[in-house]
Design a protein around this ligand. Structure first.
Ligand code: GDP
Ligand code: MG
Length: 177
């Protein structure tokens, strides 16, 4: 392995409302704020991440869209130099899963194919409202060569796995799933 870069740029992609900002807040601050859409104006946060089972660590710079995903397309600056992308959908909104493919295509247009990708199905705490099965997410992830995890920013389940998984893959380690 070439080793983990000291600073890793991770971009968050996915439709408005899927929970990108809440996932970043949960990971970097350890909290869930149901009103985080309003309270998290910041488009940027960072945290030190240690690769599970090793001493390797990096500074993970998390780029959030600050609402620009409403315009269907993000500026090239957003993607420039990114090492990794997390494509997030909401397991209770099937149309956000369909849109994951759109975000992947945009990513390829701007960033090529070398980036580490992880597909994230968020809001698993809302089990009665689920519209997308875990197997569907895993199948899409396999088809695009991405890692896959289902999360809840509300409960915190699997949220660290998103960011640690990216660091682990960049360090040349095993994927999380
Ligand atoms: P973004 O537009 O992708 O950044 O989405 P936000 O992070 O702003 O979240 C959109 C809405 O979904 C907010 O009302 C959050 O409280 C809610 N939300 C985010 N993650 C979860 C989750 O894991 N479970 C539940 N129940 N709600 C969530
Ligand atoms: Mg947001």
């Amino acid at each position: 392995s070439l080793g983990l870069p000291p600073r890793v740029k991770l971009v968050l992609l996915g439709d408005s409302g899927v929970g990108k900002s809440c996932l970043a807040l949960r990971f970097t601050r350890g909290v869930f704020d149901a009103g985080c859409r309003a309270t998290v104006g910041a488009a940027f946060s960072s945290a030190t991440v240690t690769v599970p089972g090793s001493t390797a660590s990096c500074k993970l710079e998390i780029w959030d869209t600050a609402g620009q995903e409403r315009y269907q397309s993000l500026a090239p600056l957003y993607y420039r130099g990114a090492h990794a992308a997390a494509i997030v959908y909401d397991v209770t909104e099937r149309r956000t899963f369909a849109k994951a493919q759109h975000w992947l295509e945009e990513l390829r247009r701007y960033a090529g194919l070398t980036m580490v990708l992880i597909l994230v199905g968020n809001k698993t705490d809302l089990a009665p409202q689920r519209q997308v099965a875990e197997e569907e997410g895993r199948h899409l992830a396999d088809s695009i060569g991405a890692m896959f995890v289902e999360t809840s920013a509300a409960t915190g389940i699997n949220v660290a796995e998103v960011f640690e998984g990216v660091a682990s893959r960049l360090a040349g380690g095993m994927p999380v799933s």
